[in-house]
Ligand binder design. Structure first.
Ligand code: KG4
Ligand code: ZN
Length: 348
């Protein structure tokens, strides 16, 4: 079974072709990605209308490229999968529209996939795939969640952010430091030259005893420090503040992840979402988990941020368990706000 996956929930257009047997880990045949970062950079963040228009321009050429690289033709597609939500409504509609039209034209079924399910299953495409059950730390631009994952479609939310997501904390702090968009990688690069102990920043909810997160107070503290430094801030102070900010975010993510492992007694954790690419997070989490004989799994670096491969993969893994997950009702409706826990049942 070959599944074409289309991702268009935010600022990346991703298309991929994944092959899956009735059981076993699906394999990635080809994937292609177009990032809109350059286009949105001038505005300091994602402009939803521009994002939608660009998805329209990119999605078909990317699909052609994927089919060409996989040496496949349209007749080889058995199922078309797309990101149904959460995300920007207009952007989601582009992927959903293309996926459902293509599926209707080919008389093949469609699967609407939850974006976060794609992220948390993405390590199954890595050389060292995890086994169920595991803890998932989902850290993207819009979400920060700890989940207990029993199997595909069996997700229990253990804790989440009550305000900003970890990615937003990176992005907003980076903006305060005058760094480019997206802020996470830019702040992480600058932090390499800084001393993380230079600034004392809060670690909100660190000792709350719950698995919830809060990053809004941290952003305010970074703003206060940035204002104190003024407009003539030297590069070293900036790097020091970047390093201190990154350390505060990573400390909270690592501490709460360890707590989730302790609370559940699980010995496996999957880290997914864009912030999962952060080198300091990986280093500290690996260290803490090694001490506790816990295995840590990450997606391949190229599949950490949004991509079509994770969407095709999630659809494939759903279909391996439930063939009714695919639909021939092509009257799609996207779900810009879609809690992952409600995706536990059938997708349609
Ligand atoms: O999962 P993702 O690509 O998109 C969403 O679904 O939101 O995550 C994007 C987020 C952005 O906030 C970006 O700044 C952050 O991931 N990010 C990073 C790094 N690479 C991407 N944050 C910290 N360090 C990185 N290396
Ligand atoms: Zn994402």
């Amino acid at each position: 079974m070959n599944i074409l996956g289309i991702e268009s929930s935010c600022d990346e257009t991703g298309v991929a072709l994944v092959r899956a047997a009735a059981s076993g880990t699906p394999t990635l045949l080809a994937h292609a990605l177009h990032s809109q970062i350059d286009m949105h950079q001038a505005y300091g963040g994602v402009v939803p209308e521009l994002a939608s228009r660009d998805h329209i321009r990119r999605v078909l050429p990317l699909a052609r490229q994927v089919m060409h690289e996989a040496g496949a033709t349209l007749a080889d597609i058995d199922v078309v999968a797309y990101t149904r939500g959460p995300g920007l409504a207009g952007a989601l509609l582009v992927g959903a529209g293309v996926a459902c039209s293509l599926a209707a034209a080919l008389a093949r079924p469609v699967v609407g996939v939850h974006h976060l399910e794609g992220h948390l299953l993405s390590p199954f495409l890595s050389a060292d795939p995890p086994e169920f059950p595991f803890i998932a730390l989902l850290v993207s631009g819009g979400h920060t969640q700890l989940m207990r994952v029993e199997d595909v479609g069996r997700y229990e939310l253990l804790g989440e952010t009550i305000d900003d997501a970890a990615g937003e904390a990176f992005d907003k702090s980076a903006k305060l430091l005058g760094l480019g968009y997206p802020g996470g990688p830019a702040l992480a690069r600058l932090a390499e030259f800084g001393d993380a102990s230079s600034f004392t920043l809060p670690r909100p909810l660190l000792h709350s005893g719950t698995l919830d997160f809060s990053f809004a107070g941290l952003k305010t503290a970074v703003r206060t420090q940035a204002l104190k430094l003024g407009s003539n801030v030297c590069e070293q102070d900036k790097a020091n503040l970047a390093a201190s900010t990154q350390q505060a975010i990573v400390d909270v993510l690592v501490r709460k992840s360890v707590q989730a492992l302790r609370d559940t007694g699980l010995k496996r954790i999957v880290v997914a979402g864009g912030v999962g690419a952060n080198a300091l997070l990986r280093e500290q989490l690996n260290r803490e988990c090694a001490k506790r004989q816990v295995r840590v799994h990450y997606p391949e670096l190229a599949l950490c941020t949004d991509n079509g491969a994770m969407i095709a993969l999630a659809a494939a893994m759903r279909l391996q368990r439930d063939s009714a997950a695919a639909s021939t009702d092509y009257a799609f409706n996207v779900l810009p706000r879609w809690p992952l826990a409600t995706a536990n049942a059938a997708v349609s």
